[in-house]
Ligand binder design. Structure first.
Ligand code: ADP
Ligand code: GLC
Length: 492
């Protein structure tokens, strides 16, 4: 099967969060099921270094007001189509925000044009390659299926919209519709119209052939009033097309036995080498090297992630004899509260504001507990990385966190299935109580080792989920079946 994936970020070229991890690793896993993915991405400046085999496939003299080219290129295993539209993408800042942290003012246009080009590819823009299925991700590419519906060449090609986070909806005034080449009839309740504005995500929800969320639990949550974020009605109107497929992780990039960012590699049989990473981690954050667990978080410091709760429990962790390390970036208030706590306890609390891949790996390889007090979490990848590295996750029971972590209650510990600690609802007080549970378990080395080992044995590779995506693609193509090209054994 030929798949066109359309995304606004892809690891390792451009990443702000888990979306990039998913779009960068799923294509590799899908090959085992006979699916060959080409991924359309915007030509951000960060993207070009390292591309090989760059070739112009199509030149647009005037793509919504400026010239642009569609390129093909390779990066490692990724087969890329790059929309090189300098007027839209060649500028300082990140994919969504400028260098001052504000939304690019023309995001409505940047991602509409990306989606338009995706629909043109589905409609046969590239002479010798057309996709059989189009797979879009989040609001930034959700308009693709809206454009496809209005293109006589592409309206029979099936499309999938994967919702990684319903909180980001691409909401803009209705006036932009006339500037992005869509007909006025798209501004109806059946398509883009959303509380007097338009929403790109809603357009995708109404027009994609199938909708997935990144965990089965989140698929149930998005149709509830609490977590539906104003889209529960639109999603409920398509119940048969909405499913959840849990994310996998890239087992090569997140592998403690070979991780190039770690001073010492280890596997579950040689856990003592983990201590070398612990020492390096403490040294990096200039924290006191005494016994007691290291709690850590690698996260966007936002309301969703419960960044404020981390600040609330910081001093208690320090008083109980632990250390807290936070690597993250986000809301100024949360950043400042964490920095203030670190200022009061510089040898016990270490906070680094910023984004740093290498330190993220070191934190997983050297800390004892990974904290994720998310108020909602469509899937979450950090807890999966933690499991693989033998750091024990403490998570709120929501979305993907609830189904990927098994709470360490007595029965689960005896049954040797427990992998972490869960709490509900997501409040600072409940986080505090779970931290106490983690301290108690840490004081019992046998119990702790059991938890770590159980986590390290859990399998969150892409294999099963890639099979589910392949089956979903095939279900949209009459007469096709997803055929595993490799058996589970061979894939290991
Ligand atoms: P989300 O996509 O909602 O931010 P996920 O848990 O799915 O949450 O994915 C987050 C990804 O971003 C992980 O790969 C994590 O390691 C990475 N990440 C988050 N914050 C940072 C940071 N400050 N530095 C490095 N990596 C980070
Ligand atoms: C989103 C979600 C996160 C998920 C990631 C990748 O950013 O917040 O829970 O893991 O996408 O799907």
């Amino acid at each position: 099967m030929k798949i066109l994936s359309v995304t606004s970020e892809i690891f390792p070229l451009i990443k702000t969060g888990g979306l990039a991890d998913v779009t960068g690793s799923l294509p590799k896993a899908l090959v085992g099921y006979g699916c060959y993915t080409r991924t359309l991405v915007p030509g951000y400046p960060q993207l070009f270094a390292g591309l090989i085999g760059v070739k112009v496939l199509h030149f647009f003299p005037d793509l919504f007001g400026a010239p642009a080219s569609l390129l093909e290129a390779q990066y490692e295993d990724l087969d890329l189509l790059v929309l090189d539209a300098p007027a839209l993408f060649n500028r300082p800042g990140g994919p969504y925000l400028d260098e001052n942290g504000r939304d690019h003012p023309d995001n409505w246009k940047r991602f509409a044009v990306l989606s338009y080009v995706a629909s043109a590819i589905a409609g046969g823009l590239i002479a010798d390659w057309s996709p059989e299925v189009v797979h879009t991700h989040d609001w930034q590419t959700a308009l693709t299926s809206v454009y496809m519906r209005y293109s006589s060449n592409a309206n029979t090609i099936p499309s999938i919209l994967t919702i990684h986070n319903l909180a980001f909806q691409g909401q803009f005034p209705t006036s932009v519709v006339s500037q992005i080449g869509l007909p006025p009839e798209t501004v109806t309740l059946d398509c883009l119209e959303y509380y007097g504005d338009i929403s790109y995500l809603k357009g995708g929800i109404r027009t994609a052939s199938a909708i997935t969320t990144v965990s089965p639990t989140y698929a149930r949550e998005v149709v509830s009033p609490e977590l539906g974020m104003g889209m529960a009605g639109a999603l409920s109107s398509r119940p048969r097309t909405l499913t959840g497929i849990v994310n996998g992780i890239d087992m090569d990039i997140w592998n403690p036995a070979t991780d190039a960012y770690l001073p010492a590699n280890y596997d579950h049989k040689r856990m003592r080498l983990r201590g070398v990473n612990r020492a390096k981690l403490l040294e990096t954050f200039r924290l006191d090297d005494s016994p007691g667990p290291i709690f850590a978080a690698v996260t966007r410091l936002t309301w969703q992630k419960g960044g404020d709760m981390l600040a609330e429990v910081a001093e208690e962790i320090s008083h109980l004899g632990g250390r807290l390390i936070v690597l993250g970036k986000g809301e100024a208030q949360v950043e400042n509260a964490l920095l203030a706590a670190a200022g009061r306890h510089p040898d016990r609390i270490g906070v680094r504001i910023g984004y740093d891949e290498a330190t993220a790996h070191l934190i997983h390889g050297g800390s004892d507990v990974i904290l994720q007090p998310s108020r909602f979490e469509p899937c979450g990848l950090t807890q999966l990385y933690a499991l693989r590295y033998g750091a024990v996750p403490v998570v709120s029971r929501t979305g993907g966190l609830s189904e990927t972590i098994i709470d360490a209650n007595d029965a689960a510990i005896s049954a040797r299935v427990a992998t972490g600690f869960q709490f509900h609802p997501a409040t600072a007080e409940n986080l505090r109580l779970s931290i106490h549970r983690a301290f108690a378990a840490y004081r019992d080395p046998k119990k702790w080792a059991r938890l770590q080992n159980q986590g390290m044995k859990a399998n969150f590779s892409w294999e099963r989920s890639a099979e589910q995506y392949a089956a979903l693609y095939a279900s949209l193509l009459p007469g096709r079946r997803a055929t595993p090209l490799v058996t589970s054994k061979a894939a290991e």
